[in-house]
Design a protein around this ligand. Structure first.
Ligand SMILES: C[S@@+](CC[C@H](N)C(=O)[O-])C[C@H]1O[C@@H](n2cnc3c(N)ncnc32)[C@H](O)[C@@H]1O
Length: 371
């Protein structure tokens, strides 16, 4: 399903990939040097101690030229990434729509519900600067924004999630093989699946399982279903439903997961999704959620750098999520105290030698519980 960039468009996508790499490798170290050599010593001279919190790091660094320079360039690359992806997707919008229609026609595995209310945390936000957000439609049966997302994501992380952008799904499968090797789910629910990048590795790993992938955004489901069919995966079900209140019955699933979803949900929606995970799971079932790590794992400067998306990349729920105690929220959602866990999921290809573009490494903090 991917759009097919010509020479100029491919060059622009390459520019996005290389600029992001350049920022992480060559520009970001200057911010760290400024912290170590000037900002932090000045703070220490004035206060008799080092900065101890995200707020203190932010107050200290936000308006320093090292941070302003890195941040301005990073924001510009993010905007450019959206422009390039959008230009590419719009230039092929009709052909992509027609291709998706052909691949989806007559298949019962795609269930859309045009009457579903799109929740405000999705409809009101141009998440990570994507014009219109996930649910935007520009023509009937539109797939423009997911096409832009698919191509642009690959460029933004420099192909770091692999040719199918599916590193989080592969990392989840890898974690299951290592941590719970006896566990073979029969009913898997992917809540807020987007275009299904990270759903399909579950199909490969558990061919006997039924897999239902839900999202509120019809364009992503159309594109994701067509993409799965085009990749030879014809039995993953894509449904347009709200993850806070699905139509699935109580206790139907043995694996309920999300990848990169919780940071895009509001303070009201996040606990509702976790309660839905508890409702859907059968006894012995596992829920697991892949995210970027909570700030408590990092020193103040790293917290501040990781917080950049929350303040400058249109991720309004990012900061709060990374300061939330998710194990505690899982308990409040109904999971037994002591049944929750925190872990790390890595895709096979990850090396630790590359400097991280903060928040974009294909290694995930995961939090979950067994019912
Ligand atoms: C960053 S994307 C992640 C998609 C996918 N899980 C992945 O790993 O590529 C977040 C997705 O969450 C969806 N979403 C947000 N809130 C939702 C809700 N309450 N119910 C269903 N989908 C939701 C959005 O439409 C979007 O597709």
């Amino acid at each position: 399903m991917l759009p097919a960039p010509g020479h100029d468009m491919r060059t622009r996508l390459d520019v996005v990939a290389h600029l992001n790499r350049f920022l992480a490798t060559n520009v970001l170290p200057a911010v760290s040097r400024d912290w170590e050599q000037e900002a932090c010593p000045a703070f220490k001279a004035a206060n008799g101690r080092e900065p101890a919190s995200l707020k203190e790091a932010r107050d200290l660094m936000e308006n320093r030229s090292s941070h302003l320079g890195w941040g301005l360039l990073r924001r510009t690359v993010m905007e450019y990434r959206q422009q390039v992806g959008r230009q590419l997707a719009l230039s092929e919008a009709v052909a992509l729509r027609d291709r998706a229609q052909r691949l989806n026609r007559g298949r019962e595995t795609l269930k859309l519900n045009p009457a579903l209310p799109i929740p405000r945390h999705v409809s009101a936000v141009d998440t990570h600067l994507m014009p219109g957000g996930y649910a935007a439609e520009y023509q009937s049966d539109d797939v423009t924004n997911p096409a832009s997302y698919d191509a642009g994501l690959f460029a933004t992380i420099g192909g770091g999630a692999g040719p199918l952008n599916d590193a989080a799904g592969r990392a989840l499968v890898g974690w299951m093989r290592g941590a719970v090797p006896e566990f073979r789910p029969h009913m898997v629910v992917d809540l807020a699946c987007g275009l299904g990048h990270n759903t399909l590795p579950l199909r490969q790993a558990f061919p006997e399982a039924r897999i239902v992938a839900l999202d509120v955004a019809a364009p992503f489901l159309r594109y994701g279903h067509a993409r799965a069919v085009s990749l030879g995966v014809e039995d993953v079900e894509f449904w347009q439903e709200d993850a806070t209140a699905t139509s699935l019955p109580d206790g139907c699933a043995d694996l309920v997961f999300t990848t990169m979803v919780l940071h895009e949900t509001s303070a009201k929606v996040l606990p509702a999704i976790l309660r839905e995970c508890h409702r859907l799971l059968m006894p012995g079932g596992i829920t697991i959620h892949l995210e970027q790590p909570p700030y408590r794992q990092f020193a103040p400067l790293q917290q501040f750098l990781r917080d950049w998306d929350g303040r400058h990349n249109n991720e309004p729920y990012w900061t709060a999520l990374h300061q939330t105690n998710l194990p505690q929220l899982l308990e409040e959602a109904g999971f037994e105290p002591g049944s929750t866990f925190e872990t790390t999921c890595r895709a096979g290809s990850v090396t630790s030698r590359q400097p991280e573009d903060p928040g974009r490494a294909p290694v995930w903090y995961a939090v979950g519980a067994r019912k």
